[in-house]
Design a binder for this molecule. Sequence first.
Ligand code: MG
Length: 357
Amino acid sequence: MPLIYPWRTAYGADYDIHSVLVKATSGDHHSWAESTPLQMPAYSPESAAGVYLNVSEFFAPQIVGKEFDTAADVTAALAIFKGNPFAKAALEIAWWTLESKTHNRPLHELLGGTAREVQAGADFGIQDSFDMLLGNIQTAVDAGFPRVKLKVARNWDVEMLRAVRSTFPNEKFHIDCNSGYSLDDLDMFKEIDKFNLEFIEQPLANDDILDHAELARTINTPICLDESVTSPRVVEQALKIGACEYVNIKPGRVGGLTNSIRIHDICQNAGVPVWVGGMLESAVGSAVCVELATLPNFTYPGDLFPSSRFYTRDMGQPEVTLTANQTILPYKNGLPEPDLELLEKFTQQRTLVTPAS
Ligand code: MG
């Protein structure tokens, strides 16, 4: 699905969103799930083509035609496969959406959430100029967004923050480094300490929590982990060694909703706030993030966007919209599903997986 404008981060630019959509059927019911690892393995080790291959060739044949009483059973059935959380999530989330549809119960209720509105935050990728960024932040502040997230990269970090802080001395900001730095950049992180940020999101390598723990001991700004959080076990270990004070949860990155709930609970018990992230999914995937974020420990505003922010027309319908208070209402009467005409237009490849005979 083409983006209205490119999404620029420390790992590069995306011009389209590459999703793997799963349509699951059971009896007369069907439901959809979406996994969006991005086209290239630059955010995480997974790519859209890799997820597609793993789901269609290996993971779905392990699931199709069998009964699963819980989503945890789906996760357990896929546990023989190492890693690949986005691919596992495509199927695990399909279990939840199918359960929701079959029993006519809102997904947030099944997940243990409530019907509360979910607060969205503002989020800006790397822009063409400081002026453009400052203008966009002003618009977000005027619209009442409770916090602003800024993507950073080399040559778009300390000076950018200095410009932002001098213009907006009192607003809540956090930055997202997308794994773009190392402990060699300690001087820069100490400089960033002066800007009174809520936290620094994923400053160091995606596959490292020891260095994050060392950074946490060295600077005052709290650390939030995103890319590093690929399972509940990683979170337990990260909290044990003091690697972070906030955790970002993306259902795809952690292998689905069962693991998302587990991570939410681990953090809640440790007094660590969580917040939901997105992968620029269509409304099909975004809605699932909204439902998840109704759980009580999602207290920091999420990276949840109205469809119109990135897409001329969202493939998922109905589109995601924000209320006047920059919140999103939970889905009481069913989740968005793909518009079949747009789905047809954007589809590059499809596979039908049937029960083994
Ligand atoms: Mg992030």
